[in-house]
Design a binder for this molecule. Sequence first.
Ligand code: PEP
Ligand code: MN
Length: 337
Amino acid sequence: MVVVIKNSADEEQKENLKKWLMSLGLNVHVSVGEFNTVFGLVGDTSNVDMDFIRSIDIVETVTRISDPYKNANRKFHPQDTVIDIGGNKLGGGNFQFIAGPCSVESEEQIIEIAKSVKAAGATMLRGGAFKPRTSPYAFQGLHEKGIELLLLAKKETGMPIVTEIMDLSHLHFFEEVDVIQVGARNMQNFELLKELGRIRKPILLKRGLANTMQELLMSAEYIMAGGNGNVILCERGIRTFETYTRNTMDVSAIPLLKEKTHLPIIADPSHGTGIASLVKPLALACTAAGADGLIIEVHNNPSKALCDGPQSITPETFTGLVKTVGSVRNAIKESAV
Ligand code: PEP
Ligand code: MN
């Protein structure tokens, strides 16, 4: 971090600032130029509050030259993190398919879909019980009853379950849930992230609708700083000026985040495109780009789905998707030799 001091600052003020920075455990290299004095801060600056330093009277500018996240940073943890979810390993070359409906609608629906996605090769079941809907009049999910039905489907199929939390006050409903999803709309709900840092369950953290990759990593850092290193990142498309698709699937985020972090990264081409016919092509693209897994919305009757029908694929299409993703992975492995 580089701090440029205003040329109006006197020696005593500069010395006081230097001492205070050193009290934070940093080394301070002072360069005195013709017009300005510059402090180069050396050490772990990830928990230094840049805005606070910027607000000090004698400070002109503050520039960060290293990443503001430490726990999620690959520099300090070069090996890929591998997360075990009920015996399914994710990350470090281990690929998983998470599939299921946008929302749990009934016992028959979730059991039927769970069985068909498992038969197609899914290793985990998704399904929303608490749904973040734009309209307060739209189906809001079955809430705790939805979680009960997911647990029933888990009992029937043996698949671990993934479902979204929307509010801290619901955390007690998630005791038997295998992976807690933090949806795009809650990616920067910092109190929720801090609380999820206190538990040890895997957290599936989705990128916000209009959030940068660095903001996603900082949200992962919130969870990890609390002691929970089991964070799975998810690229699910971002808002752009494009209107033909629901979101713009940022495929580039996958290889870039892999450079920046050791955490596993999965892709959600269902929300990333909003269009069922685009789910498979984007699933293939994200696999080729290095994703550690996919989360796909599958419905036994998409035209009757209570949520996200237009982007839901049928179990038959999902079966083909799993096969072709397998071929892409094999092709990449073979050509890497
Ligand atoms: C979901 O997975 O159903 C969902 C609401 O996703 P997102 O938070 O990415 O919109
Ligand atoms: Mn959905």
